[in-house]
Design a protein around this ligand. Structure first.
Ligand code: KG4
Ligand code: ZN
Length: 347
């Protein structure tokens, strides 16, 4: 099954061609980061205008790179939510038009489910039930994932934990802004932290009750703000490197401590990490080492598939198309789309 994937939920215009949900024939990502950098974050109006200009050339490029045409595909998969409404509408409307004009089945994909499927390219044999931690600029969610088919063809999700305040990537971006590092902050802090001492500053962890599998990052972010107000030297090198390293260590420890609690409570067969923040070198290292220590299978995608891309949307869409879960031209974008309702972790 050849599927065209389209993703425009935030500030990447992306298109990809994927065979059988497995083989990436093309994966084109146009990042708008330069347009939003002067504002220190994504400006929704500018994002949707830019998607409008880029959607057609990017989709055309995906076909050229894969050396096929629209007539060759068996279906189209597009992100329908969550995300910025104006951005979502560009990709969704374009996909609906292609689907209608060429009578190709259309699958509406949840962006978060796409991130989970980003793991499936390199690791199609992930053991289920699994825990999936999705960490991005907009989301920090921990899902319990069961498979009816034993593989990625038919997954079911329960939300067992989420952030109570900022998403992990959002905390990175806000701290980077505070330190005058630029946007997006995650990759910059990741790089600077390598030269810093992660034990230089001890951040206290937010107190979340023993039963809860939730995360919280705003306390760590506010602590950085307070420290910099008290001592401006911290925002300048060389102390800034230690601040970045210590902040990153606190975020990674917050993510691991809750994930470990979930692993101990729910006893999954494996752990999947995905989303933009999954590119973080320290996060990969810590999760890899500690999963190894407790004998848990641990999987994460290669860097190009961690940030927003359309290959992951095509993979999730392929599973939907194979199950016959298609939509027609009346489908709407849903900026607040949920992948799973919140459930008690053990049910
Ligand atoms: O998944 P994504 O591309 O977009 C959303 O769905 O939100 O994630 C973008 C987020 C940004 O907050 C960015 O700072 C963060 O991922 N990010 C990182 C790294 N690379 C990207 N955070 C920490 N370390 C990184 N290396
Ligand atoms: Zn994303």
């Amino acid at each position: 099954m050849l599927v065209l994937g389209i993703e425009t939920s935030c500030d990447e215009t992306a298109a990809a061609i994927v065979r059988d949900g497995q083989e990436i024939l093309s994966n084109v990502i146009y990042s708008q980061v330069k347009i939003h950098t002067p504002y220190g974050g994504v400006v929704p109006e500018l994002a949707s205008r830019e998607h409008l200009l880029k959607i057609r050339p990017i989709v055309d490029q995906a076909f050229r790179d894969a050396n096929i045409t629209l007539d060759d595909v068996d279906g189209i998969a597009v992100t329908a939510g969550p995300g910025l409404i104006g951005s979502l509408l560009v990709g969704l409307t374009y996909a609906k038009a292609l689907s209608f004009a060429k009578r190709k089945p259309l699958a509406a994909v949840n962006h978060i489910e796409g991130h989970i499927y980003s793991v499936s390219f390199e690791f199609p044999d992930v053991e289920f039930p699994a825990l999936a931690l999705v960490v991005s600029g907009g989301h920090t969610n921990l899902f319990w994932v069961e498979s009816e088919s034993g593989d990625f063809r038919h997954l079911k999700y329960k939300l067992v934990g989420r952030t109570r305040d900022d998403a992990a990537g959002e905390a990175y971006d806000k701290v980077a802004k505070l330190l005058g590092l630029g946007y997006p902050g995650g990759p910059i802090i990741d790089r600077l932290a390598k030269a810093g001492n992660r034990q230089a500053i001890a951040f206290s962890m937010a107190k979340i009750s023993d039963q809860s599998l939730d995360f919280s990052f705003s306390g760590i972010k506010t602590a950085v703000l307070r420290l910099v107000k008290q001592n401006e030297e911290l925002a300048r090198d060389p102390m800034r490197l230690d601040l970045c390293a210590s902040f990153q260590e606190a975020v990674v420890n917050m993510l691991w401590s809750t994930t470990l609690k979930a692993v101990q409570n729910l006893k999954p067969k494996s752990l999947m990490l995905s989303g933009g923040v999954a590119a973080n070198s320290r996060l990969r290292e810590v999760f890899g080492e500690r999963s190894g220590t407790i004998g848990l299978n641990f999987y994460y995608p290669r860097p190009i598939l961690t940030t927003d891309n359309a290959a992951m949307i095509a993979a999730a869409g392929t599973a939907k198309l194979m199950r016959g879960e298609t939509v027609d031209v009346n489908v709407d974008a849903d900026p607040n789309m949920r992948l799973a309702e919140r459930k008690s972790p053990i049910s």
